[in-house]
Design a protein around this ligand. Structure first.
Ligand code: FDA
Ligand code: PYR
Ligand code: MN
Length: 560
């Protein structure tokens, strides 16, 4: 997580292959001829139309066949290590001349106003909300249609320029940084809600649509999209990271709520993971490409539309707050609530440090500074809510919890969840000027008390400021470490905490990341979690779909 990236190595003549075989050279010449033809065509075009974009797709197909002697042949017969050797060393940036040639074509395809190299804009797109080192892309483009995204991918593919999809930049594992440079594809201008089908409770959104804007649009339909990471992230960015958040305990994660994705592939082809029209609630047809893309963090394709499942807005809602003397008691209660099948809609653990952070952050709350559970219940009737609340309260009392302070009115509920959703910023406010890094382990519910116990012990041992907030109904919680990024020793201790928690979670049958994704921070734990054969399978899939490692290089896959 805290490594610097590989030292730049000499750019080889050909970025897709280190061999100098005649067959390869011929393929390159053929490809260059097509590239030149494409450049001539696009530079005479002043506005980009759907038709011209589609024409470019045709060119890319010809380009691919011209290259097939090189790429397909090489891909099928080489080992993973050999394939890796054919790609630029991780972190080596693409050359200026290559970028400049690609940018000319991008301007022709998208219009000059949609392509920028302004430092301030590149800087803004070089990082997310995490502390990880920023890496500037060479340019940022703003496509307005799937055809334009396809055109961008074709140009980048032809010139072997990395592509980094950008949603709203709220990620927590540096998924949008550009360690190899390249083109950041900012999808915010594609912000149409394409359709809402109230009879089937489905909708299709473009990648610039955020979850709050979708729910505002749905308000009068009686439907909502429940997945709620707190941040107003783009829904396609949430697909890319496999996001979840507070209501996953009741409604599932992104993986459970996406029916179909439209995806621009590395070479510009446009695919639909469940077919061009697919909206079926279930399917056993073939491989599940939708699930393959969810959590792929921009490394397998650029998501240009998502078809989502919607839920009926709950008729009755109540929230509850309960304090405990220890996090172990609180997490034991959470585990028992799940084991007793109480259908809680949210169940969040906040430790004493986090309650203190809430009280000091906006000074609008006066919580007792002890570990808490925050809960929410959804039901079809008031009596079903009462039943859930009293059963959960009984379990809490058995574990030494206070009586529930529960509320049905929307103001109290909103205030509670606003405090919870500000946990990241409240934690940061504990040390002004400090940076944040969030652990994200998730374990089977029976192992939650042991995992929470280990985390509190390790935070204490390593002498860190790291209040806990988490979605404990799913066995998932965060230690939000707040630290001085210039203090090497403290940074090392943050890393040690992250590694210790990841190892423990994996040992308990869990995962190093329940919802934030791997990005750059969790790559080092992946082999321990999955084992070498599964990691080799991931590398093979990545290579099959993106043989030149152009899609978001330097993320997700472990370095070998
Ligand atoms: C205060 C706070 C609190 C939380 C969180 C963030 C913050 C700031 N998050 C994390 C974050 O909101 C989550 O990772 C989002 O899914 C990121 O969506 P963005 O649109 O911001 O993607 P962002 O632009 O940050 O990109 C994230 C990754 O997805 C890729 N990507 C983005 N759009 C893409 C597209 N259209 N196609 C392909 N790849 C694409 C990017 O390349 C990158 O790798 C979170 N998360 C969570 O699950 N639960 C939580 O509780 C929280 N809580
Ligand atoms: C940061 C995060 O994931 C949370 O507050 O839940
Ligand atoms: Mn979270």
């Amino acid at each position: 997580m805290f490594r610097t990236w590989g030292v730049a190595r000499q750019q080889s003549t050909c970025r897709c292959c280190t061999t100098t075989s005649l067959r390869h050279a011929a393929a390159r010449r053929a490809a260059s001829a097509v590239t030149a033809a494409t450049t001539t065509t696009t530079t005479t075009t002043t506005t980009t139309t759907r038709t011209s974009d589609l024409r470019r797709v045709g060119m890319a197909v010809r380009l691919r066949s011209a290259r097939s002697a090189c790429s397909a042949g090489v891909a099928s017969f080489h080992t993973h290590r050999q394939l890796q050797q054919q790609q630029p060393a991780e972190g080596s940036r693409v050359g200026a001349a290559v970028v400049s040639a690609a940018l000319k074509e991008l301007e022709a395809a998208l219009g000059k106003q949609a392509v920028t190299t302004a430092t301030a804009v590149r800087d803004q797109h070089s990082h997310d909300e995490s502390f990880h080192a920023p890496h500037l892309p060479d340019a940022v483009v703003y496509p307005t249609s799937v055809e334009q995204v396809s055109a961008v991918a074709q140009v980048c593919h032809q010139h072997r320029v990395p592509m980094i999809p950008f949603g709203t930049g709220t990620g927590l594992e540096s998924g949008v940084s550009a360690p190899s440079g390249g083109v950041c594809i900012d999808l915010s201008k594609m912000d149409a809600i394409v359709d809402v089908n109230t009879e089937d409770a489905t909708c299709t959104v473009q990648p610039g649509v955020t979850r709050k804007s979708l729910n505002a649009h749905l308000r009068d339909t009686g439907l909502w999209f429940p997945i709620d990471p707190g941040a107003d992230a783009s829904l396609c960015g949430m697909c890319a990271t496999g996001a979840s958040g507070t209501v996953a305990v009741r409604y599932g994660t992104m993986r459970d709520n996406v029916l179909n994705l439209q995806v621009v592939m590395a070479d510009g082809q446009i695919m639909h993971t469940a077919g061009p029209k697919g909206r079926a609630p279930k399917s056993s047809a073939g491989l599940n490409l939708t699930h393959l893309l969810i959590g792929s963090e921009g490394t397998l394709g650029i998501i240009t539309a998502a078809t989502l499942k919607l839920q009926g807005q709950p008729e009755h809602v109540a929230s509850a707050v309960c304090a405990f003397d220890s996090v172990e008691q609180a997490s034991q209660t959470a585990a028992q609530i799940i084991q007793c099948n109480i259908p809680v809609a949210r169940m969040e653990l906040l430790d004493a440090g986090m309650m203190k952070a809430f009280n000091t952050f906006k000074k609008t709350t006066e919580y007792v500074e002890k570990p808490h559970l925050f809960l929410e219940f959804h039901g079809f009737s008031a009596s079903s809510l009462d039943e859930q609340i009293s059963f959960a309260q009984e379990l809490a009392a058995d574990n030494g919890g206070d009586a529930f302070a529960h509320a049905h009115d929307i103001e109290t509920r909103n205030k509670l969840w606003e405090a919870r959703h500000n946990a990241w910023y409240a934690a940061l406010s504990l040390r002004p000027g400090a940076k944040g890094y969030s652990t994200d382990v998730c374990v089977p519910i029976s192992q939650l008390p042991a995992m929470v116990h280990h985390a509190t012990h390790e935070v204490h041992r390593l002498n860190l400021t790291a209040p806990i907030a988490g979605h404990v109904g799913d066995g998932n919680f965060h230690c939000i470490t707040v630290f001085d990024a210039n203090d090497r020793d403290e940074v090392q201790r943050v890393h040690d905490l992250s590694a210790s928690l990841a190892r423990k979670a994996i040992d308990l049958g869990g995962t190093c990341t329940g919802e934030h994704g791997v990005g750059v921070g969790k790559r080092e734990f992946l082999t321990a979690e999955f084992g070498a054969p599964a990691i080799a399978a991931m590398h093979a899939i990545k290579h099959a779909l993106d043989p030149y490692n152009l899609l978001n290089p330097g993320k997700l896959y472990p370095q070998s």
